[in-house]
Design a protein around this ligand. Structure first.
Ligand code: NAD
Length: 370
């Protein structure tokens, strides 16, 4: 493939975390597709691998070393496979919680200040049969992005369990300050500007003070984005609307716990776990990009994993960390084309299609980048 004449050469320094289970297989295919992007658009990919999760425990005795964090911080973006093993049988899960594979992921998110989590939920025409919604709803299609605040709210508030007058009592606190809300709202509106320019801010402002502040600050931020349509929606209504009329959503902007629940709901209505990308961003262009699924130890090493979620995460990286929108479009179009051409990995297989392995799927995707 020839380099495009109009291309401006960029060097992309990407730290990769292959991780555990199917992680190394799916990251290898995503790199293949990124190399195809580099060839077609005239960029240079500089990949560097670091260990995290079980792979790091096996070598260093801890799920994440300081050196690995330093190397991740020195890159422009991080592309991750997945970490963790079989939680019932792997010896990693006999270790104390702070030394288990998942502790590495929590630590890197904290170290890199990744406060914004993005999970797109897209229904591809060719996979519509996997969508659990009624056909009259799924036929409208959907393409939304859930932007979840990741480092504040109920999950990070003070908590305690006490016994008062012989009665056990547990307390969790939900706190947000305006700066935490403003920075995620800005991210949400910036990203809406790259999409269909609609933000649905989801809260529980009829009950919670934190939601009332959320709403006020989101409105202040919205004033700087006159092209973006803002609507507010209560979280209980949003949970219903996601299954009743998902086509109405573009960017859903919400706090940590609501986002946790809604992003799982939105991803399940696509019906295809091997297709779901995600990104976690800080307030610069830096981000960690990874599939939404886990390390699938049950199918590791068999060349049958679906690499598309990781490839789509790499497309998000091109768009959000490098502002390479045309290149990101090219990867997303390659995914659509491969599905249209009838190729499927086992997890999304349907009658009349050709089943291919992980590596072949990577080749087919790379060939279609143009
Ligand atoms: P999982 O997502 O790994 O697997 C669930 C099911 O989906 C399995 O049957 C698996 O084979 C299948 N699957 C997942 N990804 C697939 C793909 N790309 N192609 C084809 N099939 C795919 O969830 P789990 O089994 O609950 O977790 C396994 C491990 O992954 C655990 O250690 C868990 O802690 C870890 N995990 C890690 C992350 C992360 O790194 N961010 C996220 C979730 C789970």
């Amino acid at each position: 493939m020839e380099k495009r004449k109009d291309a401006v050469t960029m060097e992309l320094h990407i730290v990769c975390i292959p991780g555990d289970g199917i992680g190394p297989e799916i990251v290898r295919e995503a790199k293949k597709v990124l190399e195809a992007v580099a060839r077609v658009y005239g960029h240079k990919m500089i990949f560097e691998d670091i260990l995290m999760g079980g792979a790091s425990i096996d070598v260093h005795g801890v799920p994440l070393t300081e050196e690995a964090v330093t190397r991740a911080r020195s890159a422009q973006a991080v592309l991750m496979g997945s970490i963790g093993g079989n939680t019932s049988t792997s010896p990693w899960y006999k270790l104390p919680p702070n030394l288990r594979p998942e502790a590495g992921l929590l630590a890197i998110r904290k170290e890199l200040n990744l406060f914004a989590n993005l999970r797109p939920a897209v229904l591809y025409d060719e996979l519509a049969a996997a969508c659990p919604l009624k056909e009259e709803i799924s036929s409208a299609g959907f393409d939304m992005l859930i932007m979840r605040e990741l480092t504040g709210g109920l999950y990070f508030g003070e908590r305690r369990t006490v016994v008062e007058n012989g009665v056990r009592k547990a307390v969790d606190t939900l706190t947000y300050d305006e700066n935490e809300i403003r920075r995620i709202a800005i991210k949400g509106f910036d990203i809406a500007m790259k999409r269909r320019k609609k933000v649905t801010s989801v809260d529980k402002a009829n009950v919670l003070d934190s939601s009332r502040l959320w709403r006020k600050v989101v409105e202040e931020v919205a004033a700087g984005y006159p092209e973006v349509v803002l609507e507010h929606m209560l979280v209980d209504n949003c949970a219903m609307q996601l299954v009743k009329d998902p086509a109405q959503f573009d960017v859903i902007l919400t706090e940590n716990m609501f986002g946790d629940i809604l992003s799982d709901e939105a991803s399940m209505v696509t019906g295809s776990i091997g297709m779901l990308a995600s990104a976690s961003l800080n307030d610069s262009k830096f981000g960690l990009y990874e599939p939404s699924h886990g390390s699938a130890p049950d199918i590791a090493g068999q060349d049958i994993a679906n690499p598309i979620a990781t490839v789509l995460s790499a497309a998000m990286m091109l768009r959000y960390s490098f502002d390479l929108d045309a290149e990101a479009d090219a990867v997303e179009t390659a995914v659509k084309q491969v599905l249209k051409d009838g190729y499927r990995t086992g997890d999304i297989m349907s009658p009349g299609c050709e089943q291919v392995g992980c590596s072949r799927m990577g080749d087919l995707l790379a060939e279609r980048v143009n």
